[in-house]
Design a protein around this ligand. Structure first.
Ligand SMILES: [Zn+2]
Length: 172
């Protein structure tokens, strides 16, 4: 473990989540990526697909959980760790609880929608499952990817090429 409470292994798995986030960015999606790890192996990888699939449910975490359940052949992910580049929103935090995920590791905090410490802390409610939480793994890298994405979006918009704004991607 490092002094921040996470291991080299955590950093390596977060790098895999960051690879997914970069794929999202290359597709014009907000760069958020996730991986699910079971017994030390990545069993699912996913990135945000809201624009591509035109659905509000296309969050990296939900897609990674769905893929992991299919790969493992069951909905109970009680030995899984989910790595995600941005703090999960309430929808994804709910999916994490429903899947009984043992531990969540996230990179950047989300002051607009974060449900594991920023806007609310789901673990403070008397639900039947509480995942262990580790925040801030590769935080600067995860945050910078988002910042660069929105800066380039702004630039494209200034150049008249794109109508979308940050407001279209993020909750108010
Ligand atoms: Zn979400």
């Amino acid at each position: 473990m490092t002094q921040d409470g996470y291991s080299r292994e955590d950093t390596a798995f977060m790098q895999a989540a960051l690879e997914e986030a970069r794929i999202a960015a290359s597709l014009g999606e907000v760069p958020i990526g996730a991986v699910v790890v079971w017994d030390g192996e990545i069993v699912a990888r996913a990135h945000n697909t809201r624009e591509t699939d035109k659905t509000a449910l296309g969050h990296a975490e939900c897609l990674a959980i769905d893929a992991a359940c299919r790969t493992l052949g069951g909905w109970r992910l009680h030995r899984a760790t989910l790595y995600v580049t941005l703090e999960p929103c309430p929808m994804c935090a709910g999916a994490i609880v429903n899947a009984r995920i043992a531990r969540v590791v996230y990179g950047a905090r989300d002051a607009r929608a974060g449900a594991f410490g920023s806007v609310l802390q789901l673990n403070n409610y008397p639900l039947n499952h509480k995942p262990a939480l580790t925040a801030g793994v590769c935080e600067a890298e995860c945050r910078d990817l988002m910042t660069e994405f929105f800066a380039s979006l702004r630039q494209k918009r200034l150049n008249g090429g794109l109508k979308r704004t940050r407001r279209d991607f993020l909750p108010k």
